[in-house]
Design a binder for this molecule. Sequence first.
Ligand code: BEZ
Ligand code: FE
Length: 305
Amino acid sequence: MAAGNREGTGAMDTHEQGYFTEENSAEVVISRMDKCEDARLKEIMAVMIRHLHAAIKEIEPTQDEWMAAIQFLTKTGHMCDDWRQEFILLSDTLGVSMLVDAINSRRPTGASENTVLGPFHVDGAPVLPMGANICLDGKGEPMLVHGCILDGKGSPLAGVSIDVWQANDEGFYDVQQKGIQPEFNLRGKFTTGVDGRYWFKGVKPRFYPIPDDGPVGQLMKRLGRHPFRPAHLHYIVTKDGYDPLTTHIFDPDDPYIHSDAVFGVKESLMAGFEPVDDPVRQAEHGFEGRYFDVEHDFVLIPAVD
Ligand code: BEZ
Ligand code: FE
């Protein structure tokens, strides 16, 4: 058989767009997916290819620059294991996690807003009686956190599960300091009673860096970005029949409140951290000196099927 006259060369299928050129690159690649039977996958890949090709045409990378991008993604993958998820960190620091969350948790005005889950939630936190102290090592400035879980009409919700976790006053979660902090330090699960109220003791959180010892941290440094998250407490608030709420409350006076490395801050999630020096209030709540009072209510809305 003569070269160039191989079997199988023949007429173009109707969906085929011809040979690849710089001008028609995206259309040619997209046309190859014509037989894909998964309509959603086909739509997603077509959008991704269109935008990726448009970005490459705008950037016009050199071969070295494209290789650097591939190496960055390779290092990001190598950094991942059961515990460390560098791709989620990349998504967080590019604002994509918050955007996906915003799209998937559109709620009516007045309902509590979601924010990022983050990598430090663990299943199996101790179930504690209301009022318990989640700080197991006595370190840090004492804090009382309290509020009410309400429905959209302002009525208290009973039987709501509240899973809370926070970093210590040095900015580390227990899972980042195994052998230094007690297991399940600064974590607990509480259930509301008929009054819908919750209260527990913890320690005043402080800002901390996201894990920045990998490719994402290096990229942020090169971009002139800091890795810090403003002081916050994490919550997962759930009740059957209601839209689950994954959120934080933030200290509005934190130096990083306007520049969260993962874009998780929302105006509605600010909570005051009020220092209490009144001995009567201190004694009433079992503190022996200054504590910080933090009050924040949450509003759940019915789940939509
Ligand atoms: C966190 O708040 O625990 C967190 C969120 C996103 C990335 C890293 C940490
Ligand atoms: Fe956090």
